[in-house]
Design a protein around this ligand. Structure first.
Ligand code: MRU
Length: 351
């Protein structure tokens, strides 16, 4: 397959600069473009917890640089990496439970650390920095490849329904679901996006629209409850979502509301695609119902920007993700190729 020429990206969620991790604070978008300069691993952990940096691949890469910062801190105070670095790993591992990219990236960092043995501490810190930078580059490259595979599935003139933000803001570059859109556009196809607002934290309304507007890719915002209506009216021709974790049998865990879209897509005969790099595939988990689902604070549902939306004393549920059975997934678009429904054992081969 020929390479699509991606336009220069207008959006970057994270970068490593002069020994600090610079994060675009996504909680402030779209009103303000504010960057957080994290010089300590605790700042990175806090940023992941409060979704200043979010999206499975971006969380993994941010955490990897969090380890580098933790190691730098230990070195600066003359501490011992051997005894103190495990607490840094632990703090970063405990930030969010669902996206497997976090654990995958931290495991890679841990392997590099272990391979260093009792080498000079400064050499260990350099090796950790090199690995985090590798993870950064690999993520951009994986998403570019995944986009190129996925673009072949989109026909000229399609309108794609998506949820949450599975774009450049959720990754090092290009995104996952939106990398597919970007690659199709780069090949000259006319593609438009319909973005579900994604209650309660509005990643679709705040982030997906923001990054697509910057790249002049046509986007229309809908509330989550309009998804059935837009399908019934023929306003969208396919659904593409990202994933936080894909189980060995092809089950997918992604942003709350994804399962609803998959059921609706089946009802309306539309393809339901999931775009995810292999860093999101967890072959150690046989099926999706075993993937831990993050429960976030009730206040995220009850309030918006400090303003109460519901009466005092009401209870609220706030699962951040849901689980979509593989039978509803038309195909998984990965950086190693497309895995179609019923070919899930191919995940093992590609891994
Ligand atoms: O809670 P978030 O904003 O981190 O949730 C993000 C998602 O659900 C994305 O769809 C997923 O991480 C894939 S991002 C490329």
């Amino acid at each position: 397959m020929g390479k699509a020429e991606f336009p220069v990206l207008q959006v970057s969620a994270l970068r490593w600069e002069n020994g600090s991790l610079v994060l675009l604070d996504q909680t402030r978008l779209p009103e303000e473009e504010v960057y957080l300069v994290c010089g300590e691993h605790r700042q990175v952990a806090a940023a992941i917890r409060r979704l200043a940096v979010r999206g499975a691949p971006a969380i993994g890469v941010a955490a990897a640089f969090g380890v580098v910062l933790g190691a730098q801190e230990i070195l600066a105070r003359g501490g011992d990496l051997q005894t103190e670095l495990p607490a840094v790993f632990q703090e970063l591992r405990s930030t969010r439970p669902t996206a497997v990219n976090l654990f995958w990236a931290l495991d890679r960092m841990a392997r590099v650390w272990q391979a260093q043995g009792r080498k000079e501490p400064a050499a260990t810190v350099s090796a950790l920095e090199a690995e985090a930078s590798r993870l950064f580059r690999e993520d951009a490259e994986s998403n570019r490849r995944l986009g190129e595979f996925g673009a072949a599935l989109l026909a000229n003139g399609m309108n794609i329904l998506t949820i949450c933000n599975a774009g450049a803001l959720a990754t090092v570059a290009y995104g996952t679901a939106l990398a597919v859109v970007r690659a199709a556009v780069a090949r000259g196809k006319k593609i438009a996006v319909t973005a579900c607002e994604t209650r309660p934290l509005l990643q679709g309304a705040r982030l997906t629209t923001w990054e697509l507007l910057r790249e002049r890719i046509p986007v229309t915002l809908i509330t989550d409850s309009m998804a059935g209506f837009v399908m019934q009216r023929g306003l969208v021709q396919a659904v593409i979502t990202g994933a936080d974790r894909v189980a060995a049998n092809g089950d997918v865990v992604n942003k709350i509301g994804t399962y609803t879209l998959a059921v609706l897509a089946r009802q309306h005969g539309l393809p339901f695609y999931v775009a995810a790099p292999f860093s999101t595939v967890d072959l150690a988990i046989p099926e999706g119902s075993r993937i831990p689902i993050e429960e976030r604070a009730e206040d995220e549902v009850i309030c918006w920007q400090g303003r109460r939306l519901a009466p005092t004393g009401v209870k609220a549920l706030n699962p951040a993700f849901d689980f979509t059975p593989a039978r509803l997934v038309t195909a998984l678009i990965t950086d190693r190729g497309i895995v179609r429904n019923g070919e899930w054992e191919k995940l093992q081969q590609l891994a």
